[in-house]
Design a protein around this ligand. Sequence first.
Ligand SMILES: Nc1ncnc2c1ncn2[C@@H]1O[C@H](COP(=O)(O)OP(=O)(O)O)[C@@H](O)[C@H]1O
Ligand SMILES: [Mg+2]
Length: 348
Amino acid sequence: MYYLTYRSQSLKELDHSHVRKQLEKILTSETIPHAFLFTGPKGTGKTSAARIVAKILNAKENLTSVQTLEPKLKDETLIAIAKGTSPDVIEIDAASHRKIDDVRQLISELKFAPLISKYKIYIIDEVHMLTKEAFNALLKSLEEPPSTTIFILATTELDDLPKTITSRCVVVHFGHADKRDLIAMLKRIVKGEKLSCPEEILSCIADCADGSFRDAAKMLEMAVMQQAFSVEKLQEVLGRGWSTDELLGILDTGTLKETLTWIEDAAAKNANFRLLIESLLSLLHTILIQKNGIDVELTKTYNFSIKDVAVLIGLLQRAYQEMKYSPIQSLPLELVVIEFTDHKAKGV
Ligand SMILES: Nc1ncnc2c1ncn2[C@@H]1O[C@H](COP(=O)(O)OP(=O)(O)O)[C@@H](O)[C@H]1O
Ligand SMILES: [Mg+2]
C-alpha cells in the first residue's frame, strides 16, 4: 500500500512543511525536551514524525544543524528503529493499553538504561485513551523522567487530555495538510512508482483528501488501480462524480421527477451521499449569505427565497444525521427533495 511504502522516513520526507520547520527548530535547540506531544487530525504524520524524531535523537551525530537532522541509515541502531525492532524505541497503543496497570508496567521499566541507543524513547499513540488513573500515574514520570528517557505522546483529541499532561510537554500542532504539501507527497509516490500522472489529477486528489496525507495516498492508489486518469473518471471513482450546482439548479427550477432522476443517476455513479450533502450545505450556506446582501462569489444565481434556503438547510442537516442509520444511502436526500418540493408548492 502506497501510504505504508512511502511513509516518511526522514524530516526531509515529512511533507508537512509547517511541522517540519517546528521540529527542526526544537531538535536543534540547546536543550532537547523530555516530553513531546504531537496533536492533530488523523493521517497528518504524527506517528511517522514520532519515529523520525526517535531516529534523530538516537543518531550518533550531534544535533547542531539542520543537516545533521538527516542521520545516515547505516547506523544499526537506526535501522532497528526504522524497522520497529529497536529495544529502545517502545511504541505503545494507548487505545488497547489504557489502564493504570499498563502505565505501571511502563514506569517499572524506566529504571533500565537504553540497551543499544542513546535514549530510550516511549511513543504513546492515541494517548487520550488512557484512563484518568493511568494519566495520574504517568504524570510524575512525564515531569521528571530519567535523563535518558524521552516521551513522545500522540493524539487526535487534544481537548481530552488533562491540562497537567499537556503542560508538561512540548506541544507540536499537526494541522490539516495544505494542498501544496499534499501534492508534494503525491509527487514522491508518483516518482517512486514511475507513474505518469497529470498534475490536474494530483490537484483533484489533494482537494478531496480533507487535509490527510494518508487519505491522499489511498486515493492515488485507487485512481491507479481503476485507471482513473481523467478528472471526471477520478471524481467518479472517489464518489464525487456530481455537481452540487447542477442539483440545486434542478431543485430550483425543475420538477420533482427531474430531481429524483438526478439523484438516481448519482447513486448509479457510486456517489458518496454524505459528501454530497456536505457540499450542498456548504453551497446553500454561501447562497444564504449572498441573499442577505453580503458579497460572496457564486457561479450561478438561484430563485430560492431566504426562507426556502433556510428550510432546505434544516432538512439537509436532519438528513445528514439520519444517513448513519439509513440502509439506502440516497434515501434521506430523496426524502429531503420530496419534502422541500411540498414546502415550495404550499408557498409558505
Ligand atoms: N507529513 C507527511 N508527509 C508525507 N506523508 C505523510 C505525512 N504524514 C502522513 N503521511 C502519510 O500518511 C500515512 C499515515 O501517517 P501517520 O504518521 O500514521 O499519521 P497519523 O499518525 O497522524 O494518523 C503515512 O504512512 C504516510 O504515507
Ligand atoms: Mg498515528
